[in-house]
Design a protein around this ligand. Structure first.
Ligand code: UD1
Ligand code: CA
Length: 448
């Protein structure tokens, strides 16, 4: 089997009303074109080739080393494919052509379609489906059950408009036959474009075999041309993702209101409450409980963790940690086993060794905190002097009194203690008590 893919992505996507090219709009957290490439990569495709034009740099920024050809002017889908003619001139296998705006297609479908193409020995196979409301799609015209042409909405007569079998915009083609037919298409139509779909009538007129592979699940072929369709596509992918996780043992209180992006992994028996949002390359272990209004981005969580109403970005959390409600881990935070972070605690670029507790109202930035240390309510690491950031190093089993201001750079030794309300500016040795406070003045009967 020899198979290459061509993905059409040069168009502007005018109907998206966007400054971004259409195909890098994200569906459930992943650029549409990337989603298509991921599916193609599950097949044995020798090479994927993109046809780029409008704002191609922005598209290339989203993809790692991808082969592409440029279509300088967007003169239609047929003209787009022609841009790859030179690149494929010595190639004699099949080409699968897809559009960059159909992100719901699954690799299984593409594989079945390709197998059908080979089995029927067609030179072109079109992926189609049945829509009750086929508006906007090219219609599949058949005579005696054989495909004889595709007619675009704009060219369709009232009779043709009634046809419910539509073109998904995916084709398997014999490469050399494809380019032979493309050399014959013209732009004499309503839009003045070179339509790829016109290869069908040319090949049929030359008695070559063109087939349609009808897909039962018409949801998969949704073409995203507007922000409404973008939301629809995201919803479908989200549902697929949540179903896949449930099949692998994840528990959802309400899958309809739980938002999990494409690349997220979640372990079995983890319970997700409504309104949880898991994004990017987040990985969550087993038996965790993630409770409402929590958003986790690009983070790695172990097992048996409980998190309530918190935000976690680019961080690592180990087993048995409890966090929230209303805590915030900013990038490069690392909470080790059994750490507890309570209400209104913010942690940034800090490591909390096993058993550290910071129950309430605290900011820990650029800090390393030793095993079993307790951080009192209202503690702040004063890590910034307006120009530079400084580190705070706290040992094991330390007791930081409530409302301590720890002015960095600062080192506090093992088992040391700071008095509540102290502004600590000098290092504190192990086992020492540091208090920084004026003596209390008490005036008796002051209010009499
Ligand atoms: C196309 C099909 C239609 C099908 C539908 C399925 C044609 C003529 N029509 O219509 O039969 O039902 O897809 O979704 O092919 N593109 C380029 N260069 C161009 C023009 C388009 O690369 O010059 C790319 C676009 O970026 C897009 C894809 O081709 O990714 C499809 O173009 P679009 O304008 O969305 O075609 P439709 O009108 O949806
Ligand atoms: Ca389209």
């Amino acid at each position: 089997m020899r198979l290459k893919s061509l993905i059409l992505a040069a168009g502007k996507g005018t109907r998206m009303k966007s400054d971004l090219p259409k195909v890098i709009h994200k569906v459930n957290g992943i650029p549409m074109v990337k989603k298509i490439l991921n599916e193609l990569n599950k097949l044995n495709v020798e090479e994927n080739i993109l046809i780029l034009g409008h704002k191609k740099e922005l598209i290339l920024n989203e993809l790692e080393d991808i082969k592409y050809v440029t279509q300088e002017q967007q003169l239609g889908t047929g003209h787009a494919v022609l841009q790859a003619k030179e690149l494929l001139k010595d190639y004699n296998g099949d080409v699968m052509i897809l559009c960059g705006d159909t992100p719901l297609l699954r690799s299984e479908t593409l594989k079945e379609m390709y197998d059908y193409h080979k089995k029927t020995k067609s030179i072109t196979t079109i992926l189609t489906s049945i829509y009750e409301k086929p508006f906007g799609y090219g219609r599949i015209v058949k005579e005696n059950k054989n495909v004889v042409g595709i007619i675009e909405e704009k060219e369709a007569s009232d009779e043709i408009k009634k046809i419910k079998e539509v073109n998904a915009g995916v084709y398997c083609c014999d490469s050399s036959e494809l380019f032979k037919a493309l050399d014959k298409i013209t732009n004499e139509n309503e839009k003045g474009e070179y339509y790829l779909t016109d290869i069908v009538k040319i090949q049929v007129s030359e008695n070559k075999k063109v087939s349609s592979f009808i897909l039962d699940n018409n949801e998969e072929i949704l073409g995203v041309n507007s922000k409404i369709e973008l939301a629809k596509a995201s919803k479908v992918l989200r549902k697929r993702k949540n179903n896949e996780l449930m099949e692998n043992g994840v528990i959802f209180m309400d899958p309809e209101t739980t938002y999990i992006e494409e690349n997220v992994q979640v372990g079995k028996d983890t319970l997700l409450y409504p309104t949880v949002i898991l994004q990017g390359n987040t990985k969550i272990g087993e038996k965790c409980e993630i409770i409402g209004n929590t958003r986790i981005i690009n983070s790695n969580l172990g097992n048996s963790i409980t998190i309530e109403s918190s935000v976690i970005e680019d961080s690592i959390i180990e087993d048995l940690v409890t966090m929230g409600p209303f805590a915030h881990l900013r990038p490069k935070s690392h909470l080790k086993n059994k750490v507890h972070i309570g209400n209104f605690v913010e942690v940034k670029k800090s490591t909390l060794e096993p058993g550290v507790k910071a129950g309430h109202l605290t900011y820990l930035g650029n800090a390393t905190i030793g095993k079993d240390t307790n951080i009192g309510a209202g503690t702040i690491t004063c890590n910034y002097d307006g120009t530079n950031k400084f580190n705070t190093i706290i040992g094991e089993n330390v007791f930081i009194g409530s409302s301590s201001m720890l002015v960095a750079p600062l080192t506090i030794g093992d088992k040391a203690l700071t008095g509540a309300g102290s502004v600590i500016t000098k290092d504190v040795p192990a086992n020492a008590l540091a208090v920084e406070r004026t003596k209390q003045l008490t005036k008796l009967k002051w209010r009499k």
